[in-house]
Write a protein that binds this ligand. Structure first.
Ligand code: CMP
Length: 229
């Protein structure tokens, strides 16, 4: 099963590359299927490949020494992950778990190194992906360090939406997420997350139902994020 060129066009890894280049890269990719609940790799393992997501959903997380899991990101179609070990030649920095049936395409280091000689744009695109993630992490460090729990929870919900976690519905962007997961992403207790989610619901920014948070008014959430509400 070769990667569908449509998903390659969707990925920022292939920005600015022409059809011939994309076709050559496509031939180097190896497909992998993972059922929901299966591990793709674990933190600390030797990593030889990066992955481009065709479909499904992957949770990237780290375990604290006390055994608590901290979700770093959810990854979806078009996204790239596993590039850090490939570039640095060091062990995996986090665990990747398929949380829905998932298809990814692996690009191994030796082929990546050959391809970037032919298509330097590929390496530039990967650098851009890593820079964007660092920029996002900087925002997150500032928000999670200094802002109140209300802002942190608004940030966590808007980040999930920005990363296309969930789906558009007539009522708004619906995110399948439990209160304790919102708490984990926002660095608060579950009780605080529940209290804040109720306050956000009462002000009309979100709805909560059956394990979902629906963003009714993203602009209002942004105002909460910046402390304007
Ligand atoms: P790697 O270290 O090879 O394996 C774990 C992967 O998780 C890592 O590469 C990145 O692709 C991804 N990752 C690590 N930290 C983050 C983060 N903060 N946000 C999004 N993805 C991450």
């Amino acid at each position: 099963m070769l990667a569908d060129t449509k998903i390659l066009h969707r990925s920022p890894l292939f920005d600015g590359l022409n059809e011939d280049a994309i076709e050559t890269i496509r031939q180097a990719l190896q497909p992998r299927r993972y059922p929901a609940g299966s591990l793709i790799f674990e933190s600390g393992e030797i990593g030889e490949a990066l992955y481009i997501v065709e479909s499904g959903k992957i949770k990237i997380f780290r375990q604290s020494f006390g055994g608590k899991a901290k979700v770093l990101a959810y990854v979806h179609a078009g996204d790239v992950f596993g590039e850090m070990s490939l570039v640095e030649d060091r062990p995996r920095s986090a665990t990747a778990l398929a949380v829905a049936p998932t298809v990814v395409h692996a690009l191994y280091r030796d082929l990546y190194l050959q391809l970037i000689r032919r298509f330097p744009r590929l390496a530039h695109n990967l650098a851009r992906i890593i820079a964007a993630r660092l920029r996002e992490m900087n925002d997150e460090v500032v928000i999670l360090s200094f802002e109140e729990s209300k802002s942190r929870i608004a940030y966590a919900l808007l980040k999930l939406q920005r990363h296309q976690h969930g789906k558009a519905t007539p009522r708004g962007w619906a995110i399948p997420v439990a209160h304790h997961e919102v708490a984990n992403l926002a660095g608060t207790s579950r009780e605080t997350a529940t209290r804040v989610l109720h306050a956000l619901r009462d002000m009309g920014a979100i709805e909560t139902q059956n394990g979902e948070v629906i963003i009714r008014d993203a602009l209002l959430l942004e105002e909460v994020l910046y402390g304007l509400r």
